[in-house]
Write a protein that binds this ligand. Structure first.
Ligand code: NAD
Length: 428
């Protein structure tokens, strides 16, 4: 098939590269010229395992290219995937400006296109967005009717950053929420070779499935962190408790690693967006608000425990191991490291931060700060520091030698750090 992908971030570029590798002809569209240039030169604009090889192969073999020209890309393809960002807006609502801009653009292109075209919303959008925002804009600018003239479907993406290509190629399930049978079956055809269950539904339900999934995972993380906080006070190892929990066939062992909580581009923003949507229908979501509230304070427990151990942090050199919100990515959106570093700096500490991939992102977030220094290796960051906070569980930090003679507060349960002079976990 001929596919256009609008928005070439983590989701769009991975979707485009994977479909190209499966033999489809893919045009990636973005407004960011630097991104376009890099993709066409086979340089991944983001870090994602395996992406460089996919770009190399598919750009070379002519199945993948990037451009700024949305109208031309829509005209030359059969399906357009909308993969632009849906950041948090004011008061917990999501900001739909990118979705709206792209819907208008695709609508204008459809006006001059003959033949059927399917528009697929892959961005995460609150229930009702496809029907009440995307379709009206497509119809207004194309002067055509959704259904008879063009198809529309919502197809949420469940990939995890750091494992995005593997997740895209081998999903647990595919959810297709088409406005009609034709839209559903058109998209079903594209996913025919994927060996997983496929759920056909309507757009609003597909949108909600994505939010319900992320809300469930967030609740599970905050739940085990809360159990961990209680366990720590009672002298119980929460990891033993989690092991016992997960032996119950009703509870999967995943997302039961107690620590300093979740971050990233999706979990915090998606749960906030669902809270915002619930408010619109006069419902106050008690469980979701509690999960978010616990996650706000959890990273700060690291700094609190260090202070409790050594007293004032003023002018103290502290190493922060890990900046990315999780290993395997350079993404720092809503990363717990941001809260930890701001908190350390506010207490007068001198921060020596390291990450194998996210230093450039961190520099954009923190700018120049005389008390904050960045290092590409943990060994360099630790040179001047006796005090160490573990924030991201990169494999690079699973080495005993790093921790000998140090005082370590661990947010991610890295057992190698137990050789330290003093070791304490955030909730163990
Ligand atoms: P991102 O910020 O990495 O990428 C968005 C891209 O869209 C950027 O390259 C930006 O330049 C481009 N863009 C913005 N306006 C545009 C326009 N008018 N025309 C063309 N391109 C435009 O975002 P992302 O992380 O890939 O997320 C995209 C969507 O997918 C979001 O709704 C997100 O919630 C959802 N999602 C993300 C993940 C994830 O792990 N990142 C997983 C599942 C779902």
């Amino acid at each position: 098939m001929n596919i256009s992908i609008v928005g070439t971030g983590y989701v769009g570029l991975v979707t485009g590269a994977c479909f190209a590798d499966l033999g489809h002809n893919v045009i990636c569209v973005d407004v960011d010229e630097e991104r376009i240039r890099k993709i066409n030169q086979r340089i991944p604009p983001i870090y994602e395992k395996g992406l460089e090889e996919l770009l190399e192969r598919n750009v070379n073999e002519g199945r993948l290219r990037a451009t700024k020209n949305l109208a031309d890309s829509v005209r030359k393809t059969d399906i357009s995937f909308i993969c632009v960002g849906t950041p948090s807006g004011l008061l917990d609502y999501i900001d739909l400006k990118y979705i709206e801009e792209v819907s208008k653009g695709i609508g204008k292109a459809l006006k001059n296109k003959n033949g059927y075209h399917l528009v697929v919303v892959k961005s995460t959008v609150v229930p009702g967005t496809t029907e009440h925002s995307v379709i009206p804009l497509l119809e207004r600018y194309s002067v055509k009717k959704a259904g008879p003239d063009f198809g529309v479907a919502m197809n949420p993406e469940f990939l995890r950053e750091g494992n995005a290509i593997e997740d895209f190629m081998n999903p647990d399930r595919i959810v297709i929420g088409g406005i009609d049978r034709r839209s559903n079956y058109y998209l079903l055809d594209l996913y025919l070779d994927f060996h997983c269950p496929i759920l056909l539904t309507n757009p609003k339900t597909a949108e909600m499935i994505k939010y319900a999934t992320n809300s469930f995972l967030v609740t599970k993380i905050s739940f085990i962190n809360e159990i961990g906080n209680i366990c720590k006070s009672l002298g119980i190892d929460v990891y033993q408790v989690a092991k016992g929990l997960s032996m119950d066939s009703r509870i999967s062992p995943k997302f039961l690693n107690a620590g300093i909580g979740f971050g990233g581009s999706c979990f915090p923003k998606d749960v906030k967006a669902l809270v915002g949507k619930a408010k619109e229908v006069y419902y106050r979501p008690i469980v979701l608000n509690a999960a978010l509230e616990l996650n706000e304070s959890q990273p700060l427990r690291l700094v609190e425990l260090l202070e409790r151990k050594i007293g004032s942090l003023k002018d103290v050199d502290v190493a922060v191991l890990g900046l990315a919100f999780k290993p395997g990515t350079d993404d720092m959106r809503e990363a717990p490291s941001i809260k930890v570093i701001h908190n350390l700096l506010s207490k007068g500490a001198v921060v020596h931060a390291t990450d194998p991939k996210a230093i450039n992102e961190a520099k954009k977030i923190f700018g120049k700060h005389e008390r904050l220094k960045f290092y590409t290796t943990a060994e360099d960051a630790l040179k001047k520091c006796r005090y160490v906070l573990i924030v991201t569980e990169w494999d690079e930090y699973k080495k005993e030698d790093l921790y000998r003679g140090k005082i370590v507060i661990d947010g991610r349960r890295i057992d190698e750090a137990r050789v330290a002079d003093y070791y304490e976990g955030v909730c163990w």
